[in-house]
Ligand binder design. Structure first.
Ligand SMILES: Cc1cc2nc3c(=O)[nH]c(=O)nc-3n(C[C@H](O)[C@H](O)[C@H](O)COP(=O)(O)OP(=O)(O)OC[C@H]3O[C@@H](n4cnc5c(N)ncnc54)[C@H](O)[C@@H]3O)c2cc1C
Length: 380
């Protein structure tokens, strides 16, 4: 076992932190209040290679592993989780589905543009009637000669309004159940493709979440991604990796909230002394720091396993479950340490508190993570 970061990983963390503090931090509240998608920053992240962190250099990516990817998401989310979420949906959902299931032609056509941030990607699995039960997808794709005709709609798609390309799942053979759902790559200007309502959210407000609609959308078979009927099964594999990014997002938010609380506890004086001298506050800080470290280790371990081509279904679900639930508690404690000031928008913790809740919901709720873990435990 080796628990030390490599010199490259230390340098990467510093680089991402410096970038986030210089380019993102000054705008966090302005973007949150106005629900501004930070397009210019996303483009800069592309130039830095972070929009294609996990893809090979020959496809325009940075050629990094999942531990480095987790470090990037963590450091960005320590400052603004919305930007972390934009990165996560783009990298480990949309681009990664094309990378894992795509043909060489699809790789060449899409990955260099996505990995450099020239194009933004989104990934649409969830539907109004098919959330946790994504196998209940209703959007359908009907074969017509060499083409597919898509009809239906998706909800809650991250990056929807800004995406140049969308990977979406649709039923191609209803009788084949979970082996009857296929994935398609859709470019935004394809007739019949439309982005619908942008959601007004509790948190993650600088990320865009919205509907994606298909009406008699005609796609050549070359836009089908992976084997016909295997889009749902591939989606589960994609989510195995994606959950590492949500775990990292959770660790980053918790770290940001914890640092804010630690700082505040040393400055805020009550009863003639800093509140950090009260044991009740010290215990909170100790528990926060300990739990963040435990979640970080689970996250990096699943990243390490992924980099070593091991199956991470159980481990990434464990990391995501523990890290997201931990982060919700840490943000709650961070706000409590701020007292009334934690409730006020002049301090950063109220935003961490709002943003963090998504982590127990997106890419599978905590209940679904427990179900995934239990299935693996019982199988073993
Ligand atoms: C901000 C945001 C961004 C998102 N981004 C994307 C995206 O980019 N792409 C995408 O495809 N989706 C995205 N999602 C959708 C997200 O993955 C779903 O919201 C999530 O999977 C839950 O589905 P649901 O909202 O329909 O809840 P439901 O499935 O309706 O769940 C409601 C409640 O019932 C529980 N429940 C459901 N089934 C079970 C069960 N079998 N056992 C126990 N409890 C159960 C759930 O845990 C939850 O508590 C996003 C969501 C949000 C809010």
């Amino acid at each position: 076992m080796e628990f030390a970061y490599t010199p490259d990983q230390i340098a990467l963390r510093k680089h991402v932190r410096d970038f986030a503090e210089a380019e993102i931090l000054p705008h966090v509240m302005e973007w949150d209040e106005a629900q501004t998608f930070p397009l210019a920053v996303v483009k800069k992240l592309g130039q830095l290679g972070y929009m294609g962190a996990i893809f090979p250099e020959e496809l325009g990516g940075a050629g990094l592993g999942y531990i480095e990817y987790a470090i990037i998401i963590e450091e960005i989310s320590r400052v603004d989780a919305s930007v972390g979420l934009i990165l996560a949906a783009h990298n480990s959902l949309c681009s990664n589905h094309i990378y894992l299931a795509g043909s060489p032609d699809q790789h060449q056509r899409y990955l260099p543009k996505l990995a450099t941030g020239e194009w933004i990607g989104c990934w649409s699995l969830t539907e109004p009637e098919a959330g946790s039960d994504a196998g209940g997808t209703r959007s359908k794709a009907t074969r017509e000669g060499d083409d597919w005709i898509l009809n239906g709609g998706k909800t809650f798609t991250t990056n929807a309004q800004y995406a140049d390309v969308c990977v979406a799942m649709a039923v191609t053979d209803r009788s084949a159940s979970q082996h009857g759902i296929s994935a398609f790559i859709i470019e935004k200007d394809t007739p019949g493709f439309r982005v619908g309502k942008k959601e007004n959210k509790l948190g993650m407000r600088a990320s865009a979440t919205g509907e994606v609609l298909f009406q008699d959308l005609r796609l050549p078979d070359a836009q089908r991604l992976g084997k016909t009927g295997e889009g749902f099964v591939d989606s589960l594999r994609i989510l195995d990796g994606g959950r590492i990014s949500i775990a990292a997002l959770s660790v980053g938010i918790a770290q940001g909230a914890y640092e804010a609380a630690l700082r505040y506890s040393k400055q805020r004086r009550q009863f003639g002394r800093p509140i950090s001298e009260f044991q009740a506050i010290q215990h909170k800080l100790s528990d926060m720091a300990t739990n963040i470290e435990a979640a970080r280790l689970l996250t990096y371990r699943s990243g390490w396993m992924k980099d070593n081509n091991q199956r991470v279904t159980k481990e990434s679900a464990m990391a995501k479950l523990f890290a997201s639930e931990m982060a919700v508690h840490v943000c709650d404690d961070a706000l409590q340490i701020h007292g009334g000031y934690g409730f006020i928008k002049d301090y950063p913790v109220e935003k961490f508190y709002r943003d963090v809740k998504l982590c127990t919901i997106g890419e599978g709720t905590s209940e679904i993570q427990r179900l995934v873990i239990a299935r693996q435990l019982l199988k073993d």
